[in-house]
Ligand binder design. Structure first.
Ligand SMILES: NC(=O)c1ccc[n+]([C@@H]2O[C@H](COP(=O)([O-])OP(=O)(O)OC[C@H]3O[C@@H](n4cnc5c(N)ncnc54)[C@H](OP(=O)(O)O)[C@@H]3O)[C@@H](O)[C@H]2O)c1
Length: 218
């Protein structure tokens, strides 16, 4: 399988690269110029395409022959980075390609997603602050996911709980809705988030789903 990984140099992205290579997949990696050194240990085993992930010409080349695209969807800046990234993937990926995107629980898929007041307050405060200092635009990631939800492609949006580093705790559990009591412990190892995204590539039951995930271990 040919897999394109967008946002490959970040913490989650590096897990995605390592695990795809372990599975024998051919990997094309897109990351910012400044992220390239972070992938040095993989450089002779992957095709590198440095560039911003909302650069449509970079994404067009990166996904042209991919069977699957794994996108680390991030809301950095206030220039529509997440929507630009998602739209480029949706526009240029082959119609039959499997598309898996990452995001957090704050992305609401339906009215059946339930959030605590504390969670909503923290998102509102962080979102406001991040926008004031032009660090990030959470609403842009929300809009990006809305475009994905409305699209015809073979997508899955994986919504993760708080992330932590460390050894694998196994494939995370998932539920269709945020707020499910089974996810209340609210933590996932990044390595397991990556594993869930990669396993989703071969799980057609997850097409057009937005699974909310948390660690298997409570
Ligand atoms: N952090 C959490 O607790 C949490 C919780 C739930 C879900 N998530 C989701 O998990 C995914 C990855 O989260 P993560 O915390 O593990 O982050 P990460 O993997 O470290 O990824 C950050 C990514 O953003 C890029 N980036 C950093 N600053 C940037 C900028 N100013 N402009 C453009 N790109 C920039 C990084 O590229 P470089 O390598 O080039 O710096 C990297 O690819 C995201 O989809 C996030 O929504 C995170």
């Amino acid at each position: 399988m040919k897999v394109c990984i967008i946002g490959a140099s970040g913490k989650l992205g590096r897990h995605l690269v390592a695990q795809c290579l372990d599975r024998g997949y051919a990997v094309t990696a897109v990351c910012r110029e400044q992220g390239v050194p972070k992938l040095a240990d993989f450089e002779d085993r992957i095709v590198m395409l440095p560039g911003m992930s909302n650069d449509r010409s970079v994404i067009e080349r990166a996904v042209a022959t991919a069977d699957a695209v794994l996108t680390v969807l991030v809301p950095w800046g206030v220039q529509g980075y997440a929507t630009g990234t998602a739209q480029a993937v949706l526009d240029f990926a082959r119609p039959q390609s499997r598309l898996v995107f990452s995001c957090g629980w704050h992305i609401q898929r339906s009215q059946e997603d339930h959030y605590s007041r504390a969670f909503l307050l923290s998102i509102a405060v962080f979102g406001w602050l991040a926008r004031q200092i032009r660090l990030a635009d959470i609403d842009d990631q929300v809009a990006a996911c809305q475009r994905i939800f409305n699209s015809q492609g073979r997508w899955t949006v994986v919504r993760a709980s708080d992330l932590e580093d460390g050894e694998s705790e196994g494939l995370p559990r998932w539920r269709p809705h945020v707020g499910d009591p089974a996810l209340a412990h609210n933590r996932t190892r990044r390595t397991d988030f990556a594993r869930f995204m990669i396993e989703a590539l071969n799980n057609d039951d997850l097409v057009h789903q937005a699974p909310a995930i948390a660690s298997r271990k409570v």
